[in-house]
Design a protein around this ligand. Structure first.
Ligand SMILES: Cc1cc2nc3c(=O)[nH]c(=O)nc-3n(C[C@H](O)[C@H](O)[C@H](O)COP(=O)(O)O)c2cc1C
Length: 189
């Protein structure tokens, strides 16, 4: 499947996708911090920068606890991840007020991280398939932070090492036409 943009855009938007084939090589701290650097330039409501990341590098002790939070369908390919991340966001600000944009802001940060990783030739794959409540306990997340998604990051690996079912899905997906998602003036009936 080839991704084609109907309107001219920067190639990075088409090049980013969510592979699962990784080679198990641990991600360097240098690479990880380049990803966090990109993430933290994201815009946020009131510049609250409410995103936080908890990470674990493959081969290090914390990796097993983060890996253990994943559903089996994600464990099967994440065993070759170079690092696992959990994305948190501050839902209640230090002044006690609710932060209405925390998840939206963390979403922007995740996309910046994904685009940076993709431009570095890394696999970056977001996952909702994990136990968020258990993550809260395991990682010691305070009550005023939300647990949003996990992210697998890694060096690209061989598609043949994936289970057959996933091999077939190991390609960039397409999108519905852009004309179906933006409406002038009001929502269509
Ligand atoms: C919030 C979020 C949750 C996701 N959860 C999972 C998941 O648990 N397991 C998985 O294999 N992929 C997961 N994905 C990957 C999506 O399926 C993928 O982004 C989508 O199909 C579009 O494909 P692309 O990222 O290759 O463009 C998730 C992506 C996002 C953004």
């Amino acid at each position: 499947m080839t991704r084609v943009a109907q309107y001219p855009i920067e190639p990075m938007f088409l090049h980013r996708w969510s592979p699962r084939a990784m080679n198990g090589q641990p991600l360097s701290e240098e690479s990880l911090w380049r990803l966090f650097e990109a993430a933290h330039w994201a815009p946020s409501g009131g510049n609250s920068q409410s995103w936080r990341f908890v990470y674990a590098v493959a081969g290090e002790p914390e990796f097993a606890s983060l890996f253990d939070l994943l559903v089996d369908g994600n464990k099967i390919w994440c065993e070759r991840a170079g690092a696992l991340l959990v994305v948190l966001s501050q839902s209640v600000l230090d002044n006690g007020r609710a932060n209405a944009t925390h998840a939206f802001d963390a979403g922007a940060a995740w996309m910046s991280l994904a685009l940076q990783g993709s431009s570095m030739g890394l696999v970056v794959h977001g996952m909702a398939g994990f136990d968020a409540e258990r993550a809260r306990v395991t990682l010691g997340v305070p009550d005023n932070f939300a647990v949003n998604i996990m992210i697998a990051v890694g060096h690209p690996g061989r598609v043949e090492d994936l289970p057959e079912k996933l091999q077939a899905r190991e390609q960039p997906s397409l999108r519905r036409p852009v004309s179906e998602l933006a409406f002038k003036g009001r929502f269509p009936r």
